[in-house]
Design a protein around this ligand. Structure first.
Ligand SMILES: [Zn+2]
Ligand SMILES: [Zn+2]
Length: 342
């Protein structure tokens, strides 16, 4: 009987019938009331009580994910010894800390190193160094309201008469649009690492996403980092630099977008149907962004793109049209330089 069951199991593995993965779980924007999980952690059960291993999900694929550029440092510090905190230059973000916020461009230059340092710090101080030092982390440029995602994967790596050995892995994605300051990065990463720990460490629980296993690790995080309560939804103000305002005197509603995506000639205020006016681009501290005068080449492209596209014919890719325009621009500049020299 036992042998028969084993045979069926091996046949299923051979046929590729590995259990499917649970849907990926996301840290959402505060559509729901702000709730502090850590507050309810006193009675949180250690994972395992209901932590039966649920079928888990196929790792979502897609080309949006870009890996963190710098390799993660191996955790070499003794277990439970916190690494030095990374210096937070933007303590003035929406999380209510102090100091001057850095520009988004400055944060983008540092974010890989900040993520790697925060991971090493949390792995030592919260997870006893039990998370893999080379955990995959990356930035997703298309997440507009979700701050972070954890992807789960389970594979059968060895099957023999004694059973199947499963290999668990996880991957963390951070939103490039929402996570735009060091304080948000630390809070979001700590939340996602609680999901990673619930999945990678026994009893390997992915569902419910914010169930007892997650709460157990959120409690560990709260004890190590009381300044970073792990919550189920973030309250970040999402910075969108492009702004418009309704011209109607009794309305005046403002609209913000990540890109210049509102056409004021075609679109109107959703409240009062009034006309919209473009206010410009703004920094996170509400100061107007400095605008650069368009370069000679960009003016040349603006004036000649339509003609070049028509000359290239239908179906010609945008890159080819731009290459042709670049050639014309170079020869025109060379001709001008020759005329000046004469
Ligand atoms: Zn979550
Ligand atoms: Zn309006």
């Amino acid at each position: 009987m036992a042998l028969q069951g084993l045979g069926e199991n091996l046949l299923r593995i051979f046929l590729g019938d590995v259990p499917s993965l649970p849907p990926r779980e996301a840290l959402r924007t505060p559509r729901r009331p702000f709730r502090d999980l850590a507050a309810g952690n006193a009675g949180a059960a250690r994972p395992g009580a209901d932590g039966a291993d649920k079928p888990c999900a196929t790792e979502p694929t897609g080309g949006l994910w870009t890996p963190v550029g710098k390799a993660l440092p191996a955790v070499s510090t003794p277990v439970c010894t916190p690494l030095p905190r990374i210096r937070q230059s933007n303590e003035g973000g929406p999380l209510g800390t102090r100091g001057k916020a850095p520009s988004i461009a400055a944060f983008r230059r540092q974010r890989d190193a900040l993520a790697a340092a925060a991971f090493a710090e949390f792995n030592a101080s919260v997870f006893d160094g039990r998370l893999p030092a080379d955990l995959a982390m990356g930035w997703n440029a298309h997440l507009k309201t979700t701050a972070g995602l954890t992807h789960y994967r389970r594979q059968a790596c060895v099957s023999n008469v004694f059973g199947t050995i499963l290999r668990y892995s996880a991957r963390v994605e951070l939103s490039a649009k929402v996570v735009d300051a060091p304080a948000k990065l630390r809070a979001t990463l700590l939340h996602e690492l609680c999901h990673v720990a619930a999945w990678l460490l026994p009893p390997h629980v992915a569902k419910p996403p914010h169930g007892p296993a997650f709460k157990f690790w959120a409690g560990c995080a709260l004890r190590a980092h009381p300044e970073l309560p792990v919550t189920t939804c973030h309250a970040y103000q999402i910075h969108a630099p492009f702004r418009w305002r309704c011209k109607s005197a009794c309305c005046g509603r403002e609209y913000q977008r990540h890109s210049n995506s509102i056409d004021v000639a075609r679109q109107a205020c959703g409240e009062c149907r009034g006309r919209l006016v473009f206010l410009g681009r703004f920094n996170p501290d509400n100061t107007p962004m400095k605008t650069r005068a368009p370069s000679g080449f960009s003016l040349f492209v603006r004036d000649n793109f339509a003609a070049a596209k028509a000359a290239a014919g239908p179906g010609e890719p945008h890159a080819a049209v731009m290459r042709a325009l670049s050639e014309r621009w170079r020869s025109r500049k060379a001709a001008l330089a020759g005329a000046t020299a004469e």
